[in-house]
Design a protein around this ligand. Structure first.
Ligand code: NAP
Ligand code: GLV
Length: 311
């Protein structure tokens, strides 16, 4: 019997590309469809419509077409017991490492200050710094955080990471911090703060006025996780006061970023449209197909989302 798999994302062309790649990777026992199908056993989705799950009552699994699963966990129709799986790296690690390293180098080389100087027609040399002079703190040391940390330690930056659970783990040359007691020390020693944790109840507005005050003056913020991790007003106030030298923002609490958003107007903010690590369809389809094959063979598929911890 043919097993039906639904792929769904808002753009029809992207949906078709997914259907082609996933269909090839799954093989002849599967039929991949681009419309909601009541007989589907598995689904791979991004921004599924509200009635998606009500109209797919036979689903045994749902796959996120991204590393993050907040779009699924906040879906109003998500059945309470439906297992959720996510993408692990699938080509995103390399992109994320390159994006973050580029932003850290932008800070290291004083490029923002030179851009300001250019506007003021000023020729003023700033002291040269080496990576060893700039400590990078990453919130999140998971699949992507570890890739970013490895890229930065290879360049000679001192790297520290803040995680949810302490415990025994390989630190890969990175100083690890966890828990409320280590939070102030983590922030106090961080000159470039990179956010790479999921958006959960615990991480919502993690970077608020209190956290910002614990960062050293002149720190830089890079948010490549989700907009909800920062308190927008507190970050904007820290930028206006100069306590934060600048910020690189790839993600926002409302996307696309509205035209009247204050973020557009702050000169020390660099903005990209949620592209620090895009989903690569061929790699992602292969990974999802491998997991679907495992599930249908009664095996563990890996990359399972723990609904209680929300990632
Ligand atoms: P992951 O492997 O699940 O890693 C998550 C990390 O966040 C873990 O180290 C985890 O700590 C940490 N964490 C969770 N809750 C925390 C908390 N309350 N305080 C401190 N640390 C916490 O996830 P990933 O694959 O690296 O992806 C991370 C996030 O990046 C995704 O959820 C997504 O939102 C975002 N993302 C963005 C883009 C983009 O284009 N902008 C692309 C891909 C992903 P433990 O190690 O203790 O569990
Ligand atoms: C993108 O934001 C993802 O979660 O993969």
């Amino acid at each position: 019997m043919t097993i039906i798999v639904t792929v769904w994302r808002p753009d029809p062309e992207e949906r078709q590309a997914w259907a082609t790649h996933l269909g090839q990777a799954l093989g002849n026992d599967y039929q991949v469809v681009t419309q909601v199908d009541p007989l589907a056993r598995h689904a791979a989705v991004w921004a599924a419509p509200e009635d998606f799950f009500a109209r797919s009552p036979r689903l045994q699994s749902v796959f996120s077409m991204g590393a993050g699963v907040d779009h699924l966990l906040h879906h109003p129709g998500l059945p309470p017991a439906l297992p959720i799986y996510r993408l692990e790296d699938a080509g995103m690690g390399e992109q994320m490492a390159r994006y973050c390293r580029h932003e850290v180098e932008h800070v290291l080389l004083h490029h923002q200050r030179y851009a300001t100087q250019k506007q003021q027609k000023q020729w003023h040399e700033l002291p040269a710094r080496s990576p060893a002079d700039l400590t990078v703190g990453i919130i999140g040391f998971g699949v992507l955080g570890r890739r970013v940390a490895a890229a930065l330690t290879a360049e000679g930056y001192p790297v520290r990471a803040f995680v949810r659970t302490a415990g025994q783990r390989e630190n890969e040359g990175v100083s690890l911090f966890a828990g409320p007691q280590q939070w102030p020390a983590f922030l106090a020693g961080t000159q470039v703060l990179i956010l790479l944790a999921p958006h959960t109840a615990q991480t919502h507005h993690l970077v608020d006025a209190q956290a910002l005050a614990m960062l050293p003056g002149g720190a830089w913020l890079v948010n490549v996780a989700r907009g909800g991790l920062i308190d927008d007003e507190a970050v904007q106030a820290a930028l206006r006061s100069g306590h934060l030298a600048g910020a690189t923002l790839d993600v926002f609490s409302t996307e696309p970023l509205p035209v009247d958003s204050a973020w557009w107007t702050l000169p020390q903010v660099r903005i990209t449209p949620h592209v620090s690590a895009v989903t690569l369809v061929p790699e992602s389809a292969l990974q999802i197909a491998r997991r679907i094959h495992a599930l249908d063979a009664g095996q563990d598929a890996g990359a399972t989302v723990d609904r209680r911890r929300e990632y």
